[in-house]
Design a protein around this ligand. Structure first.
Ligand code: GDP
Ligand code: MG
Length: 671
């Protein structure tokens, strides 16, 4: 079994090529950082060759999670061949990684991608010359246009058989050369033991790369010598160590390119992108334009396309429920079976499933924005603002999605480069008021603040944002110390999104969502149904106030005294709200036994005062998200413990802010 590692810069077309080579359907996006985890598949018609799609990187210095994954894989797993994919429209920048990969002494083939764009704009690359300079086979291809792939496969297979490493290039000279060579002698044995090629190890030590110091177990004494050598080099060259190596690599790249690349003009795509960016990333208009686009997307999703589809789906679900209900009655099933199926499973799963159209439509728009290359610009625009609360520009997109629903928002954190930024974003995103909370706001506002409805709504959304900002500051200075990763992102050229890629994207999200509805929501619905329909001796109860749920609710309710409400119905609603936030509304309605809005208001007035009703809303806004979001948190954080801690943090925050609202409010209202 041979293993090929697919390595290259972000957005160079790795995943597109991977899909072509393996026949799979991984998500391709015109947004740096789409492939976060490495993926493995088999070369078509060659079952004995497997291909690993690695996250895109710019260098072998491990700054981001992607770079760590890629570097670890290359150094520890030692693939049989590195297939280095190079974006021909950006060749200088891409070769920077190539030079580092060559130092790993692993057989290598270069796939020179996006040749379609190069030739279309009248530029050309002398592939033979490039190949002989580098001493590596170079194959011109276009992954998305399916050109040059068979030739590439032939050469890859031949190179695996020959198993010859790239010839050693001494492209360093002068002071850098001296430093690398003296250090490589010093640490040759240790490098061998750690499985590092000595030259690569020496280069990394000159750069001052911490992980290499650790893996090679460099002694204090050696460290001293290395630092001394490096200092001499820095003084002679009058630059710092990293810059010295970067200069050397770029010098060499320039030399190769001047002989093999003919670049008359930028590619058409690059020229077009520059024109677009003059407007879309404009210093003053950039953000307003973005807000306009997002407003349009949310409006289309929640009002124009999504809402009618959701209503339609609700009609279908209701009709289906009725059919089943009639069938159950005809068969004459016992009361509890009927209630379980209809009031438990159908109501529970159905209410969640009806959100499917909204999710799919939202992701249709977002993947269009992403695949066109626009989202990369937005992250760029937002970077400065988010940096103030300890996050980088990339965290912006998940937070935005959070206003729709926390579940896709939490999943969207996968595009973040650093683990620290990712975790912090997962914790903060649920503070963005999700759309499932709107019915609750609606219900309470109608009863208590009919004249100030808009004000209350805006107040709640703003509270969510303010709490997220304050939390960000708190976390940045405590648990998540450290800086957000430097935001280096090459802006990709704008491209027309491919239909296939958008469809794959949407289908992936829809599948996740449906799966969730039929697993977690399904189970949770059964449990809630059971608890609110039975008493402790497991007899079905007529009056739900005698149920187990009511009992649990009354045990919990005194906790909420500082927030101004102490009623088992309110606390029960908050508990059932954990299955899905909409359940707060249905629970309150069922438990109050009210039919009309007026009746409901009457009962609500017995439970809340206007002030405590607002505190209740604030609590609803901030407390731990629903099971689906909790499950997403667990999956993305990778551990139940962290997910529980996150939920606790959110709930404690909700409790504290709710209490603050009620207590301070009481002072003003005179008790
Ligand atoms: P990755 O980040 O390296 O995995 O890159 P992707 O495979 O996700 O591709 C990035 C973008 O480049 C996508 O918009 C692709 O459609 C586009 N792309 C990939 N290969 C080619 C190609 O050969 N020619 C052109 N014009 N575009 C390509
Ligand atoms: Mg990719």
């Amino acid at each position: 079994m041979s293993v090929i590692a697919l390595a290259g810069n972000q957005n160079s077309g790795k995943t597109t090529l991977y899909n072509k080579l393996t026949g799979s359907n991984q998500h391709v996006g015109n947004f740096p950082g789409v492939t976060i985890e490495k993926k493995e598949g088999q070369l078509k018609k060659h079952k004995d060759i497997s291909i690993v799609d690695l996250p895109g990187i710019y260098s072998l210095s491990p700054y981001t999670m992607e770079e760590v994954v890629t570097r670890d894989f290359l150094l520890k797993k030692k693939p049989d061949l590195i297939l280095n994919i190079v974006d021909a429209t950006n060749i200088e920048r891409n070769l920077y990684l190539t030079l580092q990969l060559m130092e790993l002494s692993i057989p290598m083939v270069i796939a020179l991608n996006m040749m379609d764009e190069v030739t279309a704009s009248g530029n050309s690359i002398d592939v033979k010359k490039l190949s002989s300079h580098l001493g590596i086979p170079v194959v011109p291809i276009s992954a998305s246009k399916d050109e040059g792939i068979p030739e590439l496969i032939d050469i890859v297979i031949r190179s695996i058989k020959e198993n010859s490493s790239p010839k050693k290039h001494d492209f360093c000279f002068g002071e850098v050369h001296k430093a690398i060579h003296s250090i490589s002698h010093l640490i040759a044995d240790q490098a061998e033991n750690a499985g590092y090629p000595p030259r690569f190890a020496a280069t990394k030590l000159v750069e001052g790369d911490e992980p290499t110091f650790k893996s090679l177990e460099i002694t204090e004494n050696q460290k001293h010598i290395i630092e001394h050598v490096v200092k001499d080099m820095e003084e002679a060259l009058e630059t710092d160590r990293e810059a010295a190596l970067a200069d050397m690599r770029y010098c060499y790249i320039e030399k190769i390119c001047s002989e093999s690349v003919v670049k008359k003009q930028e590619t058409k795509e690059q020229q077009r992108s520059e024109k677009f960016d003059k407007i879309l990333t404009h210093k003053y208009f950039g953000i307003p334009i973005f807000l306009g686009i997002m407003f349009f997307v949310f409006w289309m999703t929640f009002s124009v396309i999504g809402a009618p589809l959701q209503e339609f789906l609700e009609v279908v679900i209701t009709a289906f429920t009725e059919t089943i209900s009639n069938a159950l009655i005809r068969i004459g099933v016992s009361d509890w079976v009927y209630s379980l199926v209809i009031n438990g499973i159908f109501v529970g799963v159905g209410s969640v499933l009806s959100f499917l159209p909204i999710i799919v439509v939202l992701f249709l728009f977002l993947s269009l924005l992403e695949d066109s290359g626009y989202m990369a610009r937005v992250a760029f625009l937002m970077d400065k603002l988010l940096r103030k609360i300890g996050l980088s520009g990339r965290s912006f997109v998940p937070m935005l999605i959070g206003f729709g629903c926390s579940v896709p928002a939490i999943m969207a954190t996968r595009t973040l480069a650093s683990e620290r930024d990712r975790k912090m974003t997962i914790v903060l995103t649920p503070f963005m008021s999700c759309s499932a909370k709107l019915p609750i706001y609606g219900m309470i506002t109608v009863a208590f603040f009919p004249d100030n409805a808009a004000l209350v709504m805006i107040g709640l959304y703003a509270t969510g944002i303010v709490v997220a900002v304050l939390s960000g500051l708190l976390l940045k200075n405590t648990i998540f110390k450290g800086e957000p990763v430097p935001f280096v992102m090459e802006l990709p050229a704008y491209r027309i999104p491919s239909r296939k890629s958008v469809l794959i994207h949407m289908w992936g999200k829809a599948k996740d969502f449906i799966q969730k509805a039929f697993t977690i929501i399904f189970l949770a619905s059964i449990v809630i149904w059971f608890l609110q329909g039975f008493n402790w001796s497991f007899d079905m109860v007529e009056d739900s106030s005698k149920s187990m749920l009511a009992y649990i609710g009354s045990m919990v309710s005194p906790i909420f005294k500082p927030l101004g409400f102490n009623d088992w119905r309110a606390s029960t609603a908050l508990i059932t709200g954990l299955t899905a936030k909409e359940a707060v509304v249905s629970t309150l309605s069922v438990l109050t036994g009210a039919v009309t809005d007026v009746q409901l208001s009457e009962v609500l007035f017995k439970i809340f005062t206007p002030l405590s009703a607002f505190a209740f809303l604030v609590f609803v806004l901030l407390y731990m998200p629903c099971v689906a979001a909790f499950a997403a948190t667990k999956r993305e954080l990778g551990s139940l413990r962290y997910a529980v801690l996150t939920a606790l943090y959110q709930t404690v925050t909700a409790y504290a802010v709710g209490t603050l609202v009620y207590q301070i409010g009481s002072l003003f209202s005179g008790g």
